[in-house]
Ligand binder design. Structure first.
Ligand code: F6P
Length: 513
């Protein structure tokens, strides 16, 4: 079985027929991992298709590449690095070897430093506001999880997240901050990201202006892999929490990048969060392909991308706290598998990562669900929901979950209406329903790890390196080139370096800024 053969597989019948002839699928196609109940019965799937997909997973080397990751091999070939984010959530005393060294003790040493610091901040009544400055993986993970775990937050402390180089972002946060009670965390794996350094400089100047240079020591900490650059920036490396080049930015929320989150929810809850990841890591590492939840879900995505030609995937959490989860997954998935060059350096001849998008339900129902129900394109959906809310408005929660269940049913089965075609719902719109009892730190960790491993498996089948991101480089390089052309004297603009449209835009900005 290879990828190209997927489109030759017989198309499953309509979901109405699949359920009518095989009601047992509602039980057979439900699996549990940790606290998650994953129902993939409403997919265009039969046992034959699933068998072929699992065969493809095996022949693509899914087990071997998974095992290579857990063995600390340099599977990030372009950067010659191990991929060790799973080591970040291993229990104390376990072993994860990278380049001949067990990294788990180092992981726990940093976690212990973070915990001590977080406890100090939580006990210090003078600090009420923590501002995380970072972007991409140094922002989306902690920002998403801070929202998601709001029920577990410290009552006195609030966190803000500044990411965009657009000054409006930091301006809004500083306008609402008091220098004496604010702690800045500058989070950047490389400590070379222009957005983060620009925001950090602005925040530093704001603080120094109010409290003087000596205040930097008590109000700034850094999270990075690059101590030299942290020192160059003017943050004492004694106030730095480290991590390692074998942690990709978009896989780093469980590292020191999660410091703001740990301060907000406390070290004990942060460790529950890590334990949640680990539960799914163990499942992914040890379950045979057929009962391996991330593998099965990943292969469904491959079936849709390469067999049925569906380009996008919507993630629709029925939990307002997960409002930022789709954005988080966009980086995780699209920066990992949005590639057209394979591990062998050749252009791939199949589609790779899907376009990932989504919003919380029920809001999306009153916005874009029209297209999902009746549009010409098929959008596979992941629904996420919980049996118990983290608030006390039970009636709201019952209504919310009724909507989730109803949408899953409506998409799959539709409703025929021959008399009024505009009211005809053809159904057969595939969806997964992922539910758990309650959104807790552990359950959030499980959800994130589930998606991480889906991305890993799909990257393997598509033959791409899920752990580099060269596609972001060209834009960065050109922005560095254009910046002085916008702000310098008349000679700074170099029309010979650009096309006519770009030149006109540069001129327009120079004339109007
Ligand atoms: O530009 C993309 C990227 O490198 C992401 O992969 C990363 O998460 C983000 O920028 C931020 O990088 P850093 O943590 O090094 O500032």
């Amino acid at each position: 079985m290879d990828l190209a053969q997927l489109s030759d597989l017989p198309r499953p019948a309509h979901l109405r027929e699949l359920f009518a002839t095989d009601p047992g699928r509602a039980e057979r196609y439900v699996k549990h991992v940790g606290d998650l109940r994953v129902d993939y019965s409403k997919h265009r799937l039969t046992d034959d298709v699933l068998g072929a997909l699992l065969d493809l997973a095996h022949t693509s080397g899914v087990e071997a590449r998974r095992d290579a990751m857990f063995a600390g091999e340099h599977i990030n070939v372009a950067e010659d690095r191990a991929v060790g984010h799973v080591a970040l959530r291993m229990p104390r005393g376990s072993e994860f070897m990278i380049d001949g060294e067990n990294v788990v003790p180092d992981v726990h040493a940093v976690l212990d430093e973070m915990s001590a610091f977080a406890e100090r901040v939580r006990a210090d009544p003078t600090i009420t506001h923590v501002v995380n400055i970072g972007i991409g993986g140094s922002d989306l993970g902690p920002a998403m999880a801070y929202e998601a775990l709001q029920a577990a937050r410290h009552p006195r402390l609030r966190c803000s997240f500044v990411s965009n180089v657009d000054g409006a972002d930091i301006a809004a946060v500083l306008a609402d901050a008091d220098p004496a009670s604010t702690l800045f965390i500058v989070a950047s794996k490389t400590f070379g990201t222009i957005e983060t350094l620009t925001n950090a400089r602005t925040a530093r100047a704001w603080l120094v202006d109010a409290l003087g240079e000596q205040a930097v020591r008590d109000h700034f900490v850094a999270v990075s892999t690059n101590a030299e650059r942290v020192a160059e920036f003017g943050i004492d490396t004694a106030n730095m929490f480290g991590f390692w080049d074998w942690v990709g930015g978009r896989y780093s929320v469980a590292s020191a990048i999660g410091l703001s989150l740990m301060i907000a929810i406390g070290p004990a809850a942060f460790r529950e969060f890590l334990a949640g990841f680990h539960t799914v890591d163990v499942h992914f590492r040890s379950e045979p392909l057929a009962s391996n939840v991330p593998v099965v879900l990943a292969m469904l995505g491959v079936w849709y991308a390469n067999g049925l030609g569906f380009d996008t995937k919507a993630v629709l959490p029925y939990a307002q706290e997960l409002a930022r989860f789709p954005a988080y997954l966009q980086q995780l998935d699209m920066e990992s598998n949005g590639k057209s060059v394979g591990l062998d350096g050749m252009r791939v001849d199949h589609h790779t990562g899907p376009i990932v998008w989504g919003e919380p339900g029920t809001n999306g129902q009153h916005a874009f669900y029209q297209l999902i129900h009746q549009g010409t394109r098929v959008v596979p959906v992941d629904f996420i929901g919980f049996a118990r809310a983290n608030h006390r408005y039970q009636q709201h929660h019952d209504l919310l979950i009724a909507n989730l269940i109803a949408q899953s049913e409506a998409l799959a089965f539709g409703r025929a209406n021959a008399a009024e075609p505009h009211r005809h719902f053809e159904g057969n719109r595939p969806n997964t329903v992922i539910v758990a009892e309650q959104l807790t730190p552990a359950v959030l960790g499980q959800l994130i790890a589930l998606y991480e491993h889906i991305v890993h498996v799909q990257g393997t089948v598509w033959g791409v390196n899920s752990y580099d991101q060269w596609g972001v480089e060209l834009g960065k390089e050109l922005a560095n080139q254009v910046t002085p052309e916008l702000t310098g004297d008349d000679d700074a603009h170099r029309p010979d370096a650009h096309d006519a449209s770009t030149n006109a835009l540069i001129d327009w900005y120079r004339n109007n800024r």
